[in-house]
Design a binder for this molecule. Sequence first.
Ligand code: NAP
Length: 302
Amino acid sequence: MYDIVIIGAGTAGLSAAIYGVRAGKTVLILESGMFGGQIVNSRCIENYPGIPKISGYEFSKQLYDQAVSLGAEYRSTRAANLLKKDGSFTVLTEEGKEELSAKTVIVAAGAKHRTLGVPGEEKLKGQGVSYCAACDGAFFRNQEVAVVGGGSTALSDAAVLSDYCKKVYLIHRRDTFRGEAKLVDTLKEKENVEFVLNSRITAIHGEEAVESVTVENVSIGGTKELPVQGVFVAVGQVPDNQMAAGLVELDDMGYIISGEDCKTSCPGIFAAGDCRTKEVRQLVTAASDGAVAALAACEFMI
Ligand code: NAP
């Protein structure tokens, strides 16, 4: 029986592990993919207090090493279901291979990329359609690409791609941006970046690889074709909290309903990071959630 089982090894989960083991608890982290979560794909982090500049991978690796060297156990497996049994919890791993017992559980499962849901997107995934500019951008050197979205991810993806792509179309469904104003200003100064506003992609074309996209202007109507070889989709995330859905309340979007205390509707289960309802989804708030959730779990066990 572990004191704390943490589902997800992103910034929130790894921070929770550090606080858990330092409080003398036995901690197991479960992760279905690579440690680090979404930030692992960021080329450069410049807004984490005390660290002026670091790559997402380096940041995640240091966090992982810190948690494991302090004594957290780490296992590469997917948590498929969460059950409550006689005052403790059972985490069933992928395909019911294992049943792990825990006094408390911290869900820090993050979120995954939202898709556009347009014709051609699924077929051309990995053949020009990408959800990670930092991972795939270099394949499009000197080519023309589209970035979709108006949040900070889309804006910083467009900035990164403009360094080595011939042309970057930034396609956004409105004419104002949700993302950082400073990033918008940076993009306006780039000669190879074209803003395609009040517009949405309705289809992605290509046989073996992306060749073009159809873009519809949603305010004045009409469509046009843009000849691009890459489409970078950056339209936000959706959470993956199904493993906990039987025990904790989720909102309409699937986020775990929780306040800043990281408590959920089920005593003993805590939610940390992007998987829970919250106003600000940043690296620093994910780390903060990890600390809050772990200390709340420790208090629960007293
Ligand atoms: P986001 O802020 O939720 O923005 C998603 C964008 O995609 C919005 O502009 C939205 O349009 C658009 N969108 C959503 N669904 C769409 C659809 N079906 N078709 C077309 N467009 C669609 O997501 P994000 O940019 O990934 O950022 C997530 C969080 O990470 C934010 O809190 C952000 O500040 C943070 N972040 C921070 C940094 C940094 O610290 N430098 C970098 C990246 C991200 P509307 O605006 O019209 O809704």
